[in-house]
Design a binder for this molecule. Structure first.
Ligand code: MSP
Length: 642
């Protein structure tokens, strides 16, 4: 790869940032840092989307001007990005003079070429989503996106001739499988494109909305916020201003987005680019959503996770690590403080922190805080740890282009656990007692070298803590930034190098404190739950369980686990992997093509090291088990069951 240009969506400034915004920005930051580590010239763009109805309404509510609303809220985003150690190369605001001018030039150019025209429009408008719909788009008369009331509107407006690019777009998506990722999102867009594509309304009359970029050819109108916002991806790197800079970074490598803004990015944006005559980005990657427990995050429910609070309480690096390790890219993930603390304690405090503390302390005690001289040849155990560590380097490298970051991180944690096992097996504390100093030197060097590589691999995810860790392993101060050559090469730690002393890298979190915080809720739950009685539930409780039809596309055994099978399912447009404990009852080949029922909104779990996104339903009595299936052949998948 020659250059890497990554973008995040630009965030609305109607409210302060939450965990969803933090997630995409951290993900972009981690990917940018990995590419810089690989010596790939990198540009990382983020920013804020400051026009439109949402911002105007927030300003009205707060009794300030829209510009004041923007200027105040943008500070909250910038402060958070500083706190989270985000290394964006540019922060774009759509109220920047340059961006506004570029948008106006694009509008004028398309208007001059008759790609934008004026027409009368009758339709339905959803205020919160700022989207127009035709009668047939509505679901039971309501907004198809958010389900809220829509308003009927008749007015003259300007339209972009989006419809003329429909066939081209379908062909482009089919010819470039990596263009929309993951696969199920590509299918979603192709599904959307099965309907005739209309032209896109790109104006709003000022009488209805004044907060926007004025149309250069009609001052009674402002530009539709999405048409303005999408152009940030090119105005931010010198489009129409600095050809050399623009051509250096464009086309973008990856536009990272959330799944809810798929159509704007995979239909509106490509057709806009086509009309402008610029190349298509390599990929548009839509990640899933963070749920809180099983619920959607919402201000009215009061369950919005504030990233600033998480950083204050648990540290920036742990927060970054959790978000990257926990979400399988493309799927939703569940956030609760309990899941956070469990992962923190097991991965960071127990596995990684513990091994570093042991190695650092023993080198201080036995070798005066200096990397020991190794005189013995490496034995099988040393070679094995070296092999596992270097395998983690490869796994992580491969996980970046395939956007499987959680799998890459998990491979690194496998190496950490192998290191801990090595320490247990070699028991350096016993070697020290017995005065076997040559063996002790070999063991501590091997463990430290493995940790040096691991710290380098995790440095894009946890930049601060991993720099501390490398210093605590004797990496010289001028080489604290990981270097890719040295990462793939075993034996870089130099005998005599001085270690920085370290206290616990990650303090264990006392779960009792967490339990204390949640005590009132639990008490209440205990009081109402009768013992040894079949508990009756409300229809609302049942409504929380999302049951869906799914088709088994592939099935295979899981190595080393004879009870479970790994299934690949088709659930509507989506592909899913689940693990099921049915290996004793079904052969893999018997399952292919069966339409089964799954619990679709179960928190993802890891079973024997394999991720499971849901659970199938089966009836079981004594030694008999049968799958719950549907009473019709070739029934559609993704249908809700209830
Ligand atoms: N301003 C538009 C984007 C314009 S890009 C040219 C916008 N802004 S937003 O602030 O509402 O949302 C920004 C991003 O946050 C979206 O990608 C959205 O998917 C993401 N998230 C919002 N809530 C989220 C979660 N709960 N979890 C993960 N990401 C979510 O849309």
């Amino acid at each position: 790869m020659n250059e890497f240009y990554i973008t995040t969506p630009i965030y609305y400034v109607n409210d302060k940032p939450h965990i969803g915004h933090a997630y995409t920005t951290i993900l972009a930051d981690v990917l940018a840092r990995y590419h810089r580590l690989l010596d790939v010239p990198t540009f990382f763009l983020t920013g804020t989307d400051e026009h439109g109805q949402k911002v105007q309404q927030a300003a009205e509510k707060n009794g300030i001007t829209p510009q004041e609303q923007c200027d105040q809220t943008v500070v909250r985003f910038k402060e958070l990005w500083d706190k989270l150690e985000i290394t964006n190369d540019k922060f774009i605001r759509t109220t920047d003079a340059n961006h506004k001018e570029v948008v106006q030039e694009v509008l004028q150019d398309l208007f001059d070429r008759d790609l934008i025209y004026k027409d009368e429009y009758k339709g339905w408008y959803c205020v919160p989503c700022e989207r127009f719909y035709t009668e047939k788009d509505l679901v039971e008369g309501k907004c198809p996106e958010c389900g809220r009331e829509v308003q009927e509107i008749v007015e003259s407006n300007y339209f972009f001739r989006m419809s003329q690019y429909q066939d081209w777009l379908i062909e482009h998506i089919n010819n470039n499988p990596g263009f929309i990722q993951p696969d199920h999102r590509r299918n979603e867009t192709l599904g959307f494109l099965k309907q005739p594509l209309g032209d896109l309304c790109v104006s709003r009359p000022k009488s209805r909305l004044s907060w926007g970029i004025e149309l250069p050819f009609d001052t009674d109108y402002v530009c539709y916020v999405w048409f303005d916002a999408l152009i940030n991806y090119i105005s931010g790197i010198g489009y129409r201003r600095d050809d050399a800079e623009f051509n250096k970074w464009w086309p973008a490598s990856t536009h990272l987005i959330g799944k809810d803004i798929l159509t704007t990015h995979t239909v509106y944006w490509p057709t806009m680019m086509k009309a402008m005559g610029i190349e298509m980005p390599e990929s548009i990657f839509a990640h899933g959503w963070w749920l809180v427990g099983r619920d959607k995050m919402s201000k009215s429910v009061g369950n919005v996770v504030n990233p600033m609070d998480m950083c204050e309480q648990y540290g920036v690096d742990a927060f970054r690590y959790f978000l990257m390790a926990e979400m399988t890219l493309g799927h939703d993930a569940s956030f609760t403080e309990e899941v956070f603390v469990n992962r923190y304690n097991s991965d960071l405090a127990n596995d990684l922190g513990n091994m570093l503390n042991r190695v650092n302390k023993m080198i201080f005690k036995q070798f005066d805080g200096k990397i020991p001289v190794v005189t013995l040849e490496a034995g099988d155990a040393e070679k094995e740890l070296q092999k596992v560590t270097l395998e983690a380097v490869e796994a992580l490298k491969q996980s970046i282009p395939s956007m499987k970051l959680d799998a890459g991180i998990s491979a690194v944690m496998t190496a950490v656990r192998a290191g801990n096992r090595y320490m247990e097996q070699k028991a350096p504390w016993v070697l020290a007692k017995e005065g076997k100093m040559d063996e002790l030197a070999l063991v501590l060097y091997t463990a430290a070298e493995s940790l040096r590589i691991i710290a380098g691999l995790l440095s894009p995810t946890m930049p601060g803590k991993m720099a501390e860790m490398r210093a605590a392993l004797g990496v010289p101060a001028d080489q604290i930034e990981a270097d890719v050559e040295k990462l793939s090469h075993w034996g870089e730690l130099q005998a005599g190098a001085e270690l920085a002393p370290i206290k616990a890298l990650f303090q264990r979190i006392d779960k009792k404190q967490l339990a204390a915080k949640e005590e009132p809720k639990q008490k209440k739950a205990k009081q109402v739950k009768p013992e040894n009685v079949v508990e009756l539930i409300d229809i609302e409780d049942f409504g929380k369980v999302q049951l869906k039809t799914a088709k088994v596309m592939e099935a295979e055994p899981v190595e080393g686990a004879d009870r479970i099978l790994k299934l690949q399912l088709e659930v509507g447009q989506e592909k899913r992997q689940i693990i099921a404990g049915i290996a004793k009852f079904y052969k893999p080949e018997e399952l292919i093509g069966k339409i089964i029922i799954i619990v679709a909104n179960l928190k993802p779990a890891e079973i024997r090291g394999v991720k499971s996104h849901g659970m199938l339903l089966a009836a079981k009595k004594k030694k008999k088990l049968t799958l719950v299936t549907v009473d019709a052949e070739d029934f559609p998948t993704g249908a809700s069951v209830g």
